[in-house]
Design a binder for this molecule. Sequence first.
Ligand SMILES: Cc1cc2nc3c(=O)[nH]c(=O)nc-3n(C[C@H](O)[C@H](O)[C@H](O)COP(=O)(O)O)c2cc1C
Length: 428
Amino acid sequence: MFHMGWFLSFNVSSWNDTWSGNSGTEWMQAERYVEMARSLERAGFDYMMLEDGSFIPDVYKGTTEHSLRSGLVPKHDPMALVSTIGQATSNIGLICTITTSFYPPFLAARALVTLDHLTNGRVGANLVTAHNQRTAQNYGLDEHYEHDLRYDMADEWVQVVQALWDSWDSDALVLDESTGVFADHTKVRHINFEGKYFRSRGPLNTVPGPQGRPVICQAGGSPAGQAFAARHADTIVAQVGSVAAMKAFREEISRLMVLAGRDPGDCKVLYMISPILADTDEDAQEKRRRIDAARQRNVEGALSTMSFSSGVDFSQFDLDGPMPQIVTNNAKSTTALYTEGQGAKTLREVATAPMPTSVDLVGSPATVAALMGEAMEEAGGDGYLISLPVNRRTVAEVADGLAPQLRKRGLTRDGYSYTNLRDTLREF
Ligand SMILES: Cc1cc2nc3c(=O)[nH]c(=O)nc-3n(C[C@H](O)[C@H](O)[C@H](O)COP(=O)(O)O)c2cc1C
């Protein structure tokens, strides 16, 4: 069996498509995410992962024009949304993104415990170092910290946050009505953390949450990112370009986890996929042709995405010249996905090609479910993370089309055994 997650943003996602309904004006309301969460819970998903960022990209052509015209960029804070979804669901995990480079550890530790209570133990934090110069500037720096230094800081950040979570013993809350003692102060300690980057006195002024330590998720694919994840993550979300790369990624994480003294089974690696689903395999192939044709018309969208993750303005290069080789302090592994080994191609060819994906999934729900099973068998990974534009149609295709087919093959869970996210992840 494998685990399932859905990767989404608290943004408009799909607003100008045939099936996007009134998303343009409704995406900022909770309703559609609540409906989505209920559907995914019906489908047995382990979690929804809400990505985040704090800037409006302006690298492409040196302006925010493309970002704002396309509408994909305005983003609201996922932490608030997690709290609302939590009230309307009971089993699905809710992972929100937090940046270790700019979110003060004390605030993060406190907010996450609060959310852990509000969701009955279903919250997780996707810890990112934030790859963008503009984010750094929005938080008061001139230049972002160097790539590997960011992971060094992240490591210390996790240590402070975990020390704060542990600053209350699990039995510190006494609630003894006969003596009138609420909490035992001898079981609540200062942490007096003095690190290279962070200091905190503690203790946390929240009571321990249902999970003790909320779940940690991680997405970085560079060696520094993988080492960080191997030390701390309960789940990793990865974007790789083939089944062989899925296998290699899982093996490397297992190796690093053993080096870090952890059991590799304690961290689940989920691979990003964007299945193209339709009633029949032929319909799905036709749908793919339309998606490919739309991509051919939208070179600008691809160039802007490449500029976003690399921090390099791709409008400066000749579209019919060789694919430029990029050195970046931004998202290294994401940039490598479309630059590495592409030297023989032109920039136009790379920009109009589909984004590399771990498994190419096109077909009816039954076909796609079978392909997912075969690929996971070969890769030895732990599950998949769906990445599709969010609208009621895509959610139904996955929750009511694909999920029953996965279940029928015994590939995914048939209901939940636990309410708490870490236990759900470790169930198999
Ligand atoms: C599935 C996935 C989700 C991600 N979510 C976020 C996010 O929400 N916010 C963010 O700043 N970066 C996000 N990233 C980017 C990573 O944090 C990281 O910067 C990128 O994968 C490059 O990692 P590296 O610098 O370790 O190579 C995501 C990456 C992947 C693959």
